[in-house]
Design a protein around this ligand. Structure first.
Ligand code: URA
Length: 241
C-alpha cells in the first residue's frame, strides 16, 4: 500500500483505504466508519461540589450563624487565627457589648473577652449588677488580628454583616461600644473616643453607649473614673427599662 493510504502519523485510515481502492478501480466498495464506542455519561460525585454556602447574615439563629462561620475564609485573618471567636452570652440579653477583635487568649479558647481585659470586663459588669451570662459579647472582627493590630477596613467590612445580624437576633435594648475601634465601626466616626464617650448615641436605630476599652483601662488606670460614670449611665438606662 502506497503513502496515499496512510494518515499523517503513518497509520492507515478507513477513508484512505477506500480512496486507495477506488484509485485502483474498485468502484463498488463502501466504507462505514466504525460505530462510535458508547461513552458512559459522567458520574456526578455528590461530594465534589460543595452545596452553596449559607449566607450567615441571613441565619435564623445565632447557633446556625456560628456553625456556618466556623471555617470562615472571607478575609486574610483566616490565615493566622486559630479559632473563630463568634460571640458569647445570653441570646436574649438586654445589653450587648462590642469589642474590637479577639486577642491571644480568645483565639486559643474561641470565646470573647477571656484574657486580662475580659477579667476587667467581668468586674465592670459585676459593678453594675450584671453577670456575664446576662449579657451578650461580640467583636467587630471574629478572628484575631496578628500581633493584636487594629482590624483593617476590609477585614471589618467582611465581618460586620455578621455583627449586624447578631445584633438583630439578640435584639438588645442597648449596645455598649468598648473602645475606639468598636465605636469607629459602629458609629462610623474617626473622631477621638474621648470626644464622645459617655454619651448615648445611636447605631441602626439602637442606643449605643461608647466607653473606653478595658485593655485601655489596664494601661491607664486614671480612666477608671470615666468608665465608672459610663457604667452608671448604663445601669440607669436598664433601670428605666
Ligand atoms: N479585646 C477585644 O476587643 N475583644 C476580645 O474579645 C478580647 C479583647
Amino acid at each position: 500500500m502506497g503513502r496515499a493510504a496512510r494518515d499523517a502519523g503513518g497509520r492507515i485510515t478507513g477513508a484512505d483505504l477506500l480512496r486507495y481502492l477506488r484509485d485502483l478501480g474498485w468502484r463498488d466498495v463502501a466504507w462505514q466508519p466504525p460505530p462510535a464506542k458508547a461513552v458512559p455519561p459522567p458520574v456526578a460525585h455528590a461530594s465534589s461540589t460543595p452545596p452553596a454556602a449559607l449566607d450567615p447574615s441571613r441565619a435564623e439563629s445565632l447557633e446556625e450563624m456560628a456553625r456556618s462561620l466556623a471555617d470562615c475564609r472571607r478575609c486574610r485573618l483566616a490565615g493566622s487565627r486559630s479559632r473563630v471567636v463568634f460571640g458569647a452570652g445570653s441570646n436574649r440579653a438586654r445589653v450587648l457589648f462590642v469589642g474590637e477583635g479577639p486577642g491571644a487568649e480568645e483565639d486559643r479558647q474561641g470565646v470573647p473577652f477571656v484574657g486580662k481585659a475580659g477579667q476587667l470586663l467581668n468586674a465592670m459588669l459585676r459593678a453594675v449588677g450584671l453577670r456575664r451570662e446576662d449579657v451578650y459579647i461580640a467583636n467587630v472582627v471574629k478572628c484575631r488580628p496578628p500581633e493584636n493590630r487594629d482590624p483593617q477596613e476590609d477585614e471589618a467590612a467582611a465581618c460586620l454583616p455578621f455583627l449586624w445580624r447578631q445584633i438583630e437576633l439578640v435584639d438588645p435594648a442597648v449596645i455598649v461600644a468598648l473602645g475606639r475601634v468598636a465605636s469607629q465601626f459602629l458609629l462610623g466616626t474617626k473622631a477621638p473616643i474621648s470626644s464622645y464617650r459617655g454619651r448615648w448615641t445611636s447605631c441602626r436605630g439602637r442606643d449605643v453607649l461608647p466607653t473606653f476599652h478595658p485593655a485601655y483601662l489596664l494601661r491607664t488606670p486614671s480612666a477608671k473614673a470615666a468608665v465608672w460614670a459610663d457604667l452608671k449611665l448604663l445601669r440607669q438606662r436598664l433601670r428605666d427599662g
